[in-house]
Design a protein around this ligand. Structure first.
Ligand code: SAH
Ligand code: SF4
Length: 401
């Protein structure tokens, strides 16, 4: 492989895990660090949002409460966007604190918040039970307000251009931990945290830390909780939810069978296996042809146009012939089923890779459009606050350990 490698270990592109990292440490370091890793992997406490409506009522009964309290608590959580017992005046005063402590334990603790784009982008870094860190990013646009959520602390997929990939997998998030990112952002948006004043959270994208298909069960519970009308969920239309994957074919097919019209984004980044094997190591298991076939099946099953994500990396994947090859791969499977989103790489500290020059990005997009492929070059929101996937948390992990 003659490709410039941005990281020392980029030659061995196997999915990394926290355990792999621990194995590479010296014997003297191992006990302390493995304790830290084990703490970070600690499971979060059970939360109302981990369960569906029937499950919530059953759980309240198990805890010795009247089952209809589930509906009251759900109304506070999903409709009023609060987990503060003080405002839950419809609950008996003597039981409020206990009910909330039992069913809505604190899952996320804010450790850092950064604002940019003149107050239109807010990036939050959260500490989870056990100490792992994740981030979410709120982005306000004229026509929508989008939250980018994390579904795992770290990621085991090892894409070498991605800050999250460099962390390895720390642990999966629970559905409650994903939904609490949405609740807090929806409340802040409603209450005017954005420069534009009070707004409504309209979109959720699973493009923060982690690979949704590697934490499938929790992600589906979270998707249903985001989409269900209040008080069962937040009532954000499933059509405004995007699940982004590096291309795990069985996960794409399973999602297609759920009957939920979420948008699928496929992080392709290269039209040829030779390069994609390196940029997205899981390609060795699910190569370009197989993931594009699965993406097309997703379109056929749901009627939702698939977004093809393509981070343009200077002199690595931005050649015009690759745009032509991508156009041909998509056209071979039909017209109108995919939309390509080229985006300049957000450089990761310690990497030699950088974004394509703007004229090269434009030429890449032109070539795709000439092949009849809908293409929108995306801006990199929040780049000046390390707004790309996983960068704030990766920085936190460098600071703290
Ligand atoms: N694991 C999923 C979702 C999280 S990553 C996935 O890979 O799709 C969200 C998106 O950010 C993906 O399209 C990913 O390829 C992209 N990404 C990661 N690091 C990036 C970087 N440094 N610059 C630009 N895009 C990046
Ligand atoms: Fe994981 Fe997605 Fe980053 Fe790849 S791009 S390491 S799959 S979060």
């Amino acid at each position: 492989m003659s490709l410039p490698s941005p990281f020392a270990d980029a030659a061995s592109h196997h999915p990394r895990t926290a355990a792999d990292g621990a194995a590479a440490l010296s014997v003297a370091d191992a006990p302390a660090l493995s304790t830290v890793a084990a703490m970070s992997r600690a499971r979060p406490p059970r939360h109302l949002a981990d369960l569906d409506e029937a499950g919530r009522a059953g759980w309240l009964a198990e805890l010795g409460h009247r089952p209809f309290r589930a509906r009251q608590l759900s109304h506070h959580y999903f409709a009023n966007l609060t987990a503060d017992p003080v405002v839950m005046t419809d609950l008996p005063a003597g039981q409020r604190a206990e009910l909330v402590a039992q069913t809505m334990p604190r899952l996320l603790t804010l450790v850092d918040e950064r604002r940019t784009d003149r107050g239109a982008t807010v990036k939050s870094l959260w500490r989870l039970a056990g100490g792992a860190a994740v981030e979410s990013v709120l982005m306000d646009y004229p026509d929508r307000t989008t939250l980018c959520v994390s579904c795992q602390a770290g990621c085991g997929m090892g894409c070498p251009f991605c800050a999250t990939g460099t962390l390895g997998l720390v642990r999966n998030l629970s559905a409650g931990e994903i939904l609490d990112q949405v609740r807090i952002a929806a409340a802040a948006t409603r209450d005017g945290t954005l420069a534009a004043g009070p707004r409504r959270l309209t979109n959720v994208v699973f493009m923060g830390m982690g690979e949704p298909m590697a934490n499938y069960r929790a992600v589906i519970v979270a998707v249903k909780g985001i989409a269900a009308p209040p008080p069962a969920g937040f009532g954000i239309s499933a059509r405004n939810i995007t699940v982004s994957t590096c291309g795990i074919v069985p996960g794409i097919d399973r999602l297609a069978g759920e009957g939920i019209p979420v948008r699928l984004a496929l992080s392709l980044h290269a039209p040829d296996d030779h390069l994609r094997d390196t940029l997205v190591p899981v390609n060795r298991r699910y190569p370009v042809g197989a993931v594009l076939d699965a993406a097309k099946r997703y379109y056929s099953a749901t009627g939702r146009r698939v977004s093809i994500e393509y981070a343009l990396i200077r002199d690595i994947n931005d050649q015009e012939w690759r745009a032509t090859a991508l156009g041909a791969e998509l056209r071979r499977r039909g017209t109108g089923w995919a939309h390509v989103n080229p985006i300049g790489l957000n450089p990761v500290p310690g990497s030699r890779w950088t974004a394509s020059r703007p004229d090269v990005a434009d030429a890449f997009a032109r070539r795709l459009r000439a092949a009849g492929i809908a293409t929108t070059v995306r801006d990199t929101r929040g780049a000046d606050i390390d707004g790309a996937c996983g960068q704030l948390a990766a920085e936190g992990s460098r600071d703290h350990g």
